[in-house]
Design a protein around this ligand. Structure first.
Ligand SMILES: NC(=O)c1ccc[n+]([C@@H]2O[C@H](COP(=O)([O-])OP(=O)(O)OC[C@H]3O[C@@H](n4cnc5c(N)ncnc54)[C@H](O)[C@@H]3O)[C@@H](O)[C@H]2O)c1
Ligand SMILES: [Zn+2]
Length: 467
């Protein structure tokens, strides 16, 4: 079983009429992967429509042809989306070929499936009673082979599943089942969160829980001495999983501990802040701070699972919620739609699956952040990140020639008193200047773009954010 589709094929299974082709096209766009449509590939190769191949070779003959095409698709080096015909998984050879793929079941109820297929030329959708019988036979098989399931048409759900993200209200209560495997678990959390949600997490982990580790709350956790203490406290072998319960600071340091302890053990993040749920817990970046700067030492370590339970946000102070709201508004601008927490998580997950090591499109997530980092430096890091991002988004929108209303209405950013020269110096260090120009993530007509603006224009926009 695969935990996610990172670097591997994403195979779509499900009954006819589940909308696999439609979903495959949408996932192709979001994950920038090619689609192998197995049925279309067979028709191409045999220059005959599927009903004819069925007639001539019978179902068994067809499955053999299909298995060959599935095998070839599975052997492609580039991670792809493999859109399988409804019956492909009944064939052992096809199942074997997909053993390394991440298999996603696209779920549909029998009535909907029949409504969509009745009257088509599909050979197995000619008789309703036979169609329904087949549906009942196949369902258990689909469930058995699938690594995860989504409802028909749920593209966000498919991306989340592909990234190993589980979004469910009340998921904390089921944490024991949601941590992959059945090995021991070490729970890492911070003082505040442990006090509020710790007992329920511990209870949900049940007998798998072997130790609980309490770290300081907030940024104070992201320090080498805290990490070293955690390393020393852990008594795990490599069958164990680290579960990180907390905000972005906690998951950053716990994730780095998991990335390095015994040269890497699996970890599960359970983000408890809005920042964590839409941003920090997703994509596998982990880090601690050192004197020379924030997040300078870390590792990429993709979590075995991310468990997003929005019920955990009920206890979050407003000040912390506001931090996350800035990232949520940022994601809405990038996505060009009013995404909620689930949609924002799916948006980030798609970019991270495309670019796990942050060399390319993942940088779109830095919309507004060049200015934000400059203001933070100018404030001697006394400015909250979300407040800095809110201001940075204003500047990014103005430089993109866009209306600033969405940011003003949601975040009401007010210019801040910071050291102008330090802010400007930091901005220039942050974005290396090429021929007097500065590279920025901006919004083009079709979404985010990386574009150069001349230094004077950028400086003028930075000045507008400062009183
Ligand atoms: N790895 C990444 O990709 C990534 C992305 C964005 C941010 N980050 C990091 O995330 C950190 C910021 O994370 P954050 O904004 O979540 O803050 P945080 O982790 O510092 O938490 C803020 C405060 O809220 C408390 N808290 C957390 N959950 C709570 C809850 N449910 N109820 C009550 N109190 C709760 C914490 O104890 C803490 O005091 C920064 O260190 C940043 O560098 C990492
Ligand atoms: Zn940010």
């Amino acid at each position: 079983m695969a935990l996610n589709a990172l670097g591997r094929h994403l195979a779509l299974v499900g009954f006819m009429g589940a909308g696999k082709s439609h979903l495959a096209a949408e996932l192709s766009r979001r994950l920038a992967r090619p689609v192998v449509d197995v049925d279309a590939e067979i028709e191409n190769r045999y220059r005959e429509p599927i009903p004819r191949i069925f007639e001539e070779r019978g179902e068994e003959g067809f499955r053999r042809v299909e298995a060959r095409v599935v095998g070839e698709a599975a052997a492609l080096r580039r991670p792809s989306i493999i859109d399988l015909g409804g019956g492909a998984v009944t064939c052992e050879e096809s199942r074997g070929a997909l053993a390394d793929a991440f298999t996603l079941l696209v779920d549909v109820d029998a009535d909907t499936a029949w409504r969509r297929c009745a009257g088509s030329d599909r050979p197995l959708a000619q008789d309703e009673a036979a169609f329904r019988r087949r549906y009942d036979e196949r369902l258990p098989l689909y469930r058995q082979v699938a690594d995860a399931a989504v409802r028909s048409g749920d593209a966000d759900g498919a991306v989340l599943a592909a990234a190993g993200i589980h979004h469910e209200l009340g998921a904390l209560e089921r944490l024991g089942e949601l941590v992959p495997g059945d090995g021991p678990v070490a729970l890492v959390s911070d003082t505040t969160v442990l006090g509020i949600h710790g007992p329920r997490a511990q209870e949900a982990l049940g007998e798998r829980l072997v130790s609980t580790h309490e770290l300081p709350s907030g940024e104070a956790a992201k320090q080498a001495h805290v990490l070293e203490r955690l390393w020393s406290e852990l008594t795990l072998d490599r069958t164990a999983t680290v579960v990180a319960l907390g905000g972005g600071a906690l998951t950053d340091v716990a994730g780095f501990a998991a990335a390095t302890y015994l040269r890497g053990v699996p970890w599960v993040t359970v983000p408890t802040t809005l920042v964590g749920q839409v941003d920090a817990a997703i994509g596998g970046k982990t880090a601690i701070d050192i004197a020379a700067g924030k997040n300078l030492v870390g590792a990429f370590h993709w979590p075995a699972r991310v468990v997003i339970d929005e019920a955990l946000l009920a206890t979050l102070p407003d000040r912390e919620r506001r931090q996350g709201l800035a990232e949520l508004i940022k994601t809405r601008l990038l996505a060009g739609s009013d995404v909620d927490v689930r949609g924002a998580a799916a948006y980030k997950a798609a970019l991270c699956l495309r670019d796990p090591h942050d060399r390319d499109v993942r940088r779109h997530l830095n919309l507004g952040h060049t200015f934000a980092h400059a203001l933070e430096a100018g404030a001697g890091f006394e400015l909250a990140h979300g407040d800095a991002v809110a201001l940075g988004l204003l500047a990014a929108l103005r430089l993109s020639g866009r209306d600033t209303t969405p940011v003003v209405d949601a975040l009401d950013p007010q210019p801040v008193r910071v050291d102008r020269d330090r802010a400007w110096a930091a901005l220039q260090r942050d974005k290396k200047r090429e021929r007097g120009e500065i590279q920025l993530v901006l919004l083009g007509p079709d979404g985010p773009v990386v574009e150069a603006r001349d230094a004077d224009t950028v400086r003028a926009e930075l000045e507008r954010l400062i009183v």
